[in-house]
Design a protein around this ligand. Structure first.
Ligand code: HT7
Ligand code: ZN
Length: 882
């Protein structure tokens, strides 16, 4: 397949001004009539008009009122080229698509008998021939026609301007979107749906209509999405002065969806997972996910829709910025300092767990990639999460006010345009009178920089020198890297654990702050603090001020000291994680040398003491304590090893959890009792934090695997009044030898059989359970509720096992890898996008021991040899093997 390069960008040969579309909706064959007006782009070198289309039957083609003769155009593989058209063109095209057969879930498709669309990134071309690229922006008017009984609801972007009957039991609706938009933001929905609606008054006094559409029977699960939408609208007005520009804003939930949600103008389409919630079916994590995804899609209305991307290489322009905005939204809603820190820790955990490995593997790419084969493969954690870190660094460098000035200038300059990442950077620089040229490297260089810290205290001169040295490992196509512009937030702790006032040599300072942002721009730089009256303990990269790996030599005691005292909550957590990581790596080495692991050794140790102190520190937010007492995940530990040994890592994590379970048993029990949340369920951060700590305590207690622990879990399972507590208890039981284990799993399924999102949880928890091996997963695939066609269900079982149960997946006989290959191949024929995501599971195969590598390689080759591999899967497999 063809590689697309950023350097080859050329402007379109024609602009499209208006698009009128008529849909005759039929699941077997939907007819689409499109009339568009186009105008030659004088800046384009190309004379011909090239439209793209995929899986379409072309029924009619007329230009300026006349049928086109065969000599005037060419229908190629996926293209329709019209030769040398006049400067102004009206094009009429009729196409036919087959929504019921469309299992890719891109373009127009059917889910549970209703019609939905997904057009980002290149799905519009499955509906009609069109210049389907984000820099072509047009105004759309859409008429939907369908059987009235089967499809009573007809929705599209913008405002409803007309509706009525057309005889034969059919009806129609006309929608007009007042804003010009790229084709990827087009949407339609038709079917049997019901909605919760509310009017909402904007700050300006204008009233808007808000709707959340779901299938019948789900109206008891929409309130949280509606509340999240109202909170989002208010937050964007207050924090960024951005108002909703439409009179109506709709959210629609669909159960078959490739990703989380989609920001179509005025008609956001969501995976049900990010809409439906009530205490019976949704966990605290689900509630938080809904809030952040509703926010994310809403915020796209400005960062993505009003100002969009010139081409898909600029994807992070909208995604990185919008993730940053949704992270800030969630943090602001919690409101407290410790709540903000908890949110920051959670976000950084995602980055380390998923993005750091991506940045170190064969699919590594810059935040603004230079090439791709299949754009769907570039909706990655690098584009989203690292992109958000890059945006966050502007705020760290410029301050909140400076960042806001940059945003204001960005909209002033680019509202209604399709632009590049460089335009955002220029707005930030110009609004603040700053030179951010070097900052460009965050967009163009892949890889996670390493930041080494060396310190020297001079007691006589009372100076403290901090030498920062940066490097960045090679990534595909980028052997050498130039130094980044890295903001390094730093504090110095005195012997009592208090922040020392910071004064830098050679700087004119009005005050001496507790935290200072050092700007590292060279490979090595020394920053010298003066009037440092005692040797400090440094707290570096506070709040995780840059997406780097920090290399700093601390003793165990210093880490325990930071964990107990640092005023920066992120670094308190970080110190505990370092301490645990150090222990886990040492023990992993011991396991590999066939040494026995001894409880006694740990019980004496700093880690045990530090954990006990954090667990019992009532002054700390329970949500923070839960994070601090959670050991680094197996994936994060794996990242620290030159050769990954999943079995040793698993054994060590289990051993440490058991040791902490037994040595702190009484303390866990106290925490369990103290953090119960009796009464009516509320998903607020305080209550959710308590439940998180209580359920972590439960999971440790059940590590003891004795009758008392089983009883505790069973009682919680039986009496819980919310899904968070229910699923936590069931997970604990599933990972134990409790006699009630099988009964609990069966009764849970029977109780929630009708709730697809809960059945997903049921599959997922079994897939990730310690005792679930490949054979057990194969057995679960035979369950009547399992299907590969529904992405949520496929993810719940297959992805959860392959990505979330490393010790079983990496079975030494290679059976996990064979299973993986079979599923990638099966999914490839159904849904290439989902298949390609699963294909990523083995992309780091070279990091494993030779015996495992060999078997992984065989599985990769098996997939590579499959006929009719989609370009989605082919790109991932080819890059992994080469
Ligand atoms: N912008 C949206 C991306 C998206 C998507 C991309 C490819 C295939 C299916 C998709 N569904 C949604 C999601 C977002 O970032 O908000
Ligand atoms: Zn997004």
């Amino acid at each position: 397949p063809q590689t697309i390069y950023r350097k080859d960008y050329t402007p379109p040969s024609y602009w499209v001004d208006t698009v009128e579309m008529g849909f005759d909706l039929d699941p077997e064959a939907t007819h689409v009539a499109t009339r568009m007006t186009l105008r030659r782009n004088p800046d384009s070198p190309n004379r011909n008009l090239v439209l793209v289309g995929e899986s379409l039957r072309l029924e009619q083609l007329r230009m300026n009122g006349k049928d086109l003769s065969k000599r005037q155009y060419a229908l190629g593989r996926g293209t329709l080229e019209i030769f040398n058209p006049p400067d102004n063109v009206t094009l009429e095209i009729e196409t036919v698509t087959h929504p019921a057969m469309n299992t890719s879930l891109m373009g127009l498709y059917v889910s549970n008998g209703n019609f939905f669309t997904q057009c980002e990134a290149e799905g519009f071309r499955k509906i009609t021939y069109f210049p389907d690229r984000p820099d072509v922006m047009a105004k759309y008017t859409v008429m939907l026609r369908a059987d009235k009984e089967k499809y009573p609801v007809l929705l599209s972007n913008g405002n409803l301007i007309e509706q009525g009957d057309i005889g034969d039991g059919r009806h129609y609706a006309v929608w007009e979107d007042p804003f010009k938009k790229p084709s990827y933001l087009f949407a339609l929905v038709a079917g049997k749906l019901v909605c919760q609606e509310e009017t909402y008054t904007l700050k300006s006094g204008r009233e808007v209509l808000l709707q959340v559409w779901v299938e019948d029977g789900n109206l008891d699960k929409t309130q949280h999405a509606m509340d999240s939408l109202k909170n989002s609208i208010r937050w964007d007005e207050e924090r960024f002065g951005l108002e909703l520009d439409l009179d109506r804003f709709m959210i629609v939930a669909v159960s078959d969806f490739n990703m989380g949600a989609m920001e179509n103008k005025g008609l956001n389409i969501f995976n049900t997972k990010f809409v439906l919630a009530n205490p019976r079916i949704a966990t605290d994590t689900d509630y938080a996910g809904i809030e952040s995804v509703v926010g994310h899609e809403y915020f796209h209305n400005w960062t993505g829709n009003r100002v969009t991307c010139r081409d898909w290489f600029q994807l992070s322009l909208k995604e990185g910025l919008t993730v940053f905005r949704d992270q800030e939204f969630s943090a602001d809603l919690i409101g407290t300092d410790s709540g903000r820190a908890v949110k920051r820790i959670e976000d950084v955990r995602v980055l380390r767990q998923a993005q750091f490995p991506e940045d170190a593997g064969p699919m590594a790419h810059p935040v603004r990639p230079d090439s791709y084969v299949e754009i769907n493969n570039f909706y990655t954690v690098t584009i989203y999460e690292k992109g958000a870190e890059v945006v966050r660094m502007y705020q760290t460098l410029l301050g909140r006010d400076g960042f806001r000035k940059g945003m204001d200038l960005y909209f002033e300059r680019h509202d209604g345009q399709a632009v590049e990442c460089d335009d955002f950077r220029a707005a930030m620089a110009d609004a603040n009178g700053r030179d951010l040229k070097q900052f460009e490297l965050w967009y163009s260089q892949a890889g996670t920089p390493r930041l080494k810290v060396d310190t020297e205290y001079d007691a006589d001169a009372q100076t403290y020198a901090v030498t920062l040295t940066q490097s960045c490992p090679p990534t595909p196509g980028q052997a050498e890297k130039q130094p980044f512009h890295i903001p390094v937030a730093i504090g110095l702790l005195d012997a009592r654990g208090k922040d020392m006032p910071l004064r830098l040599e050679g700087e004119q300072q009005d005050e001496a702050p507790a935290t200072m942002v050092l700007e590292l721009t060279e490979a090595t730089q020394t920053f010298r603090f003066k009037q440092v009256t005692e040797r400090p303990v440094p707290s570096v990269l506070r709040g995780f001020s840059a997406p780097v790996v920090l290399d700093i030599a601390y003793t165990d005691d210093e880490l325990a000291f930071l964990m107990a005292n640092d005023s920066d909550a992120f670094n308190r957590w970080e110190a505990g994680q370092r301490l645990a990581m150090r222990r886990m790596l040492a023990l992993t080495g011991a396991v590999q040398n066939n040494q026995a692991l001894s409880d006694a050794e740990l019980e004496e140790g700093t880690l045990n003491d530090a954990f006990r102190a954090a667990l019992n520190d009532e002054a700390l937010d329970p949500a923070f304590r839960e994070l601090a007492l959670t050991l680094p995940s197996e994936t994060v530990v794996a990242e620290q090893m030159d050769v990954i040994d999943p079995h040793a890592i698993h054994a060590v994590r289990r051993f440490l959890r058991r040791s902490l379970a037994s040595s702190l048993r009484g303390d866990w029990m106290v925490a369990y009792q103290a953090n119960r949340t009796p009464g009516t369920y509320s998903p607020d951060a305080i209550a959710a934090g308590k439940r998180a700590l209580k359920n972590l305590a439960l999971s440790y207690i059940v590590e003891n695997d004795d009758a008392d622990a089983h009883h505790l879990a069973q009682t919680q399972y039986d009496n819980a009044n919310n899904m968070t507590d229910r699923i936590a208890a069931l997970t604990a039981l599933a990972n134990s030898s409790a006699p009630g284990r099988a009964d609990a799993l069966n009764s849970f399924y029977e109780e929630f059989e009708q709730e697809a999102l809960v059945v997903d949880k049921w599959f997922a928890l079994q897939a990730m359970s310690r005792t679930t091996d490949v054979a057990a997963v194969r057995a679960l695939m035979k369950h009547p509720a399992f299907t590969l066609k529904n992405p949520n269900r496929a993810r719940s079982l297959i992805f959860s096992f392959c990505n979330g149960n490393p010790s079983q997946f990496h079975a030494v006989d290679g059976s996990g890898y064979q299973f993986w290959a079979e599923q990638v191949i099966a999914l490839n024929a159904i849904n290439p996008q989902v298949a390609a995501r699963l294909a990523r599971t083995l992309d780091r195969w070279r990091k494993y021991a030779p015996a495992l590598q060999e078997k992984m390689h065989a599985a990769l080759k098996k997939v590579a040899a499959t006929k009719e591999l989609s370009k989605d899967v082919l790109e991932v497999i080819t890059k992994s093997i080469s």
